[in-house]
Design a binder for this molecule. Structure first.
Ligand code: ZN
Ligand code: ZN
Length: 140
């Protein structure tokens, strides 16, 4: 059954489609306020939930637990640095074939997937080599 979108859902979807980056619910709330198309934060969350289940919006959870929403066309593959939080997008999907296989073997309709690799970015690796900081062990 195709869900009928509410006006608020349409506004949020439009915002996500025109924005190049992922937005948190709070960001969306703030952005819509600026355009005088404001709605309550609870409505933003409810609309995002509906759009998510429709498969047109995807969610990614950042290291600090914040949920970031983006429209479906955007890249979903990241290298994330544990030290500085830098997030590098990968342009190619390494698992497209796997996704097709899973759809068939599990009869599961896959809307999207996320793929995230964690480690240290190049500048952070260099700063570690430059400062092997013995005091760092005292932090633990
Ligand atoms: Zn880094
Ligand atoms: Zn992929």
């Amino acid at each position: 059954m195709p869900a009928k979108r509410t006006r608020n859902q349409e506004k949020i979807l439009q915002l996500l489609q025109t924005t190049q980056r992922s937005l948190s619910a709070q960001d969306i709330f703030t952005e819509l306020r600026k355009t005088r198309q404001g709605m309550g934060l609870a409505t933003v969350y409810r609309s995002l939930e509906a759009l998510k289940l429709e498969g047109v919006v995807q969610v990614r959870t950042t290291q600090n637990g914040e949920s970031l929403y983006s429209s479906m066309q955007q890249d979903k593959h990241h290298l994330t640095c544990l030290q500085c939080g830098a997030s590098i997008s990968l342009s190619d999907c390494p698992v497209r074939q796997l996704e097709l296989e899973l759809q068939q073997s599990h009869h599961f309709k896959i809307f999207y997937h996320t793929l995230e690799f964690f480690g240290l970015c190049s500048p952070c690796q260099q700063s570690q080599i430059a400062n092997p900081s013995p005091e760092q062990t005292l932090d633990y």
